[in-house]
Write a protein that binds this ligand. Structure first.
Ligand code: AMP
Ligand code: MG
Length: 331
């Protein structure tokens, strides 16, 4: 009965998705076409919501996406072949944390690891910049979410070039070409990962400066949100334009056919969630995930195990009868 319920729910979810084929069009417009030069401020509106008019309007589709994603993850895990790496980048208060919380609400925690990358520690600075990420890469069958990533190395470090001074780089390597080298290194590394079966999805949550201010004020005014407030975040706002420039160049050089960037409108959190879950679902869909099929030999093994267990039951039942007879004799 429970299995029938589940099949019906899947069919409903698929139906909801089919009805919103427009999502595919929306996703296409949010993906940075490899090789195409974009203008971040001009081409991408943080308030965009496609043909969805309200939170209520998007809710059903988002829920369907979350359900279908949970099923895909089950197969991904069982198959133990691909791994998925989801990279989230954004300015402060764009909603990275809440996106992770909502989009991943249906998946099995056993197959998902979230890593938040902070200011590098002394030990991390003693290594090359990809080192700390390597140990957090997903194993096959798993999804890893990077809350910030190696891209900080061409974003915050680029905006605050003085941070390079902490990286103990040989002086000859700390030159003007460092950013183009890093872009190349990142592209090569991502190519290597995808060539090894690690699927990469990269999301930039694009919040507007006005909406960020509104969310910061909310963090000050609402006691339950005070803990999220950081005075340093306010200082970082002063570098808004520098960040936009750094992000723009990053998209123009690191959105590739094998690891594309999605620029997700982030002024309406309900739309951010819908777009992110849809992009993940769409990518996994193309992998044609399926539960592993057993070989005739394995099937034979399964039947033999079943027969053995039935035999065990038979023994127990026989044993019980024997005991009953025994106790019958006594009375
Ligand atoms: P949060 O995500 O709000 O907890 O903040 C983490 C902070 O760590 C942000 O200000 C990031 O810019 C900073 N951060 C992350 N990675 C790096 C990095 N590789 N170099 C310098 N700062 C970084
Ligand atoms: Mg922060």
């Amino acid at each position: 009965m429970r299995r029938v319920d589940s099949v019906v729910k899947t069919m409903i979810a698929q139906e909801v998705y089919r009805l919103t084929a427009t999502i595919k069009k929306i996703l296409e417009s949010l993906q940075v076409t490899p090789g195409k030069k974009i203008d971040l401020r001009r081409d991408y509106d943080p308030g965009y919501t496609g043909n969805f008019m309200s939170k209520q309007d998007a809710e059903e589709t988002t829920a369907a996406g979350i359900r279908l994603l949970a099923e895909q993850q089950d197969k991904l895990y069982a198959q133990n072949t691909y791994a998925v790496l989801i990279i989230l980048q954004a300015l402060d208060a764009a909603g990275k944390d809440s996106t992770i919380k909502h989009v991943m609400s249906g998946v099995n925690p056993m197959g998902v690891q979230v890593t938040s990358f902070k200011v590098p520690s002394a030990e991390e600075l003693d290594h090359d910049y990809l080192w700390r990420s390597c140990v957090a890469l997903p194993r096959r069958g798993n999804i890893a979410i990077f809350n910030r990533s190696w891209y900080e190395e061409v974003l915050v470090v680029r905006v605050h070039e003085e941070y390079l001074g902490r990286q103990q780089l040989p002086p000859l390597l700390n030159d003007r070409d460092i950013w183009s080298r890093r872009f190349r290194e990142i592209n090569n590394f991502e190519r290597y990962l995808t060539d090894n079966g690690i699927i990469i999805l990269k999301f930039f949550l694009n919040v507007s400066k006005e909406e960020q201010k509104r969310r910061f004020l909310e963090r000050v005014e609402e006691p339950d949100k005070n803990w999220k407030f950081s005075a340093a975040d306010i200082d970082e706002r002063a570098f808004w334009d520098d960040y936009m420039d750094a992000y723009e160049e990053m998209f123009n050089t690191t959105s590739t056919s094998y690891a594309p960037w999605y620029i997700i409108p982030a002024d309406h959190k309900w739309f951010t969630r819908l777009a992110v879950v849809s992009a993940i679902h769409d990518t996994l869909d193309r992998l044609r995930l399926a539960y592993p099929e057993v070989t005739p030999q394995q099937k034979e093994g399964l039947l033999a195990a079943k027969a053995k267990m039935e035999q065990e039951n038979g023994d127990t039942d026989a044993g019980k009868k024997k005991d009953k007879n025994k106790s019958g004799k006594k009375s």
